[in-house]
Design a protein around this ligand. Sequence first.
Ligand code: UDP
Ligand code: MG
Length: 172
Amino acid sequence: MVENDDVTIEQTLVLIKPDGLVKSLTGNIIDKLSESELVIVGAKVVSVDRELAETHYRDLKGQKFFDELIEYIMGTYHTKRVLAMVYEGENAIKRVRHITGDTNPESANPTSLRGKYGRITTSGVFENVVHASSCPEDAKREIQLWFKPHELTKVIYDTREEEVTKRETVWK
Ligand code: UDP
Ligand code: MG
């Protein structure tokens, strides 16, 4: 986060969740988010494993909906894909949350993404098609969890150099 006198340039993590992908809402969601006039500085499709899911939602561990939430974000009910994106710009967190709408799709503004496209399952989980970071601390933690420095078009947090030796699958 960079601050000067009157603007706060922020980054925020946006996830199009598996229900958003399976309902072919990617285009609609990105189109609506473009109203924010923010810039995408990273994007990739991710197959979410349990470790990533539980780390992302670690603050909700203990909630009655936690286990189902983990299955939901892993794609057990829809497709094993999430589109992860980093948006950057003035007041990015608030702007994106405004477009995203309330957590509960039933109380979300009907023109927000969650109001338009979300649903509540019969077991009570909010399938609300998108995730958006809720504060700068969460945004930093979440962006660093989902993206490596080189996957973003610019350096937004401090980095360090490290020797890494590992086997990797490459194209034949
Ligand atoms: N969630 C749910 N039931 C609840 C609260 C949350 O199913 O009563 C799910 C919902 O998919 C939500 C996610 O858990 O997006 C994370 O919850 P959080 O409170 O962080 O809401 P958000 O930041 O996504 O608006
Ligand atoms: Mg949250």
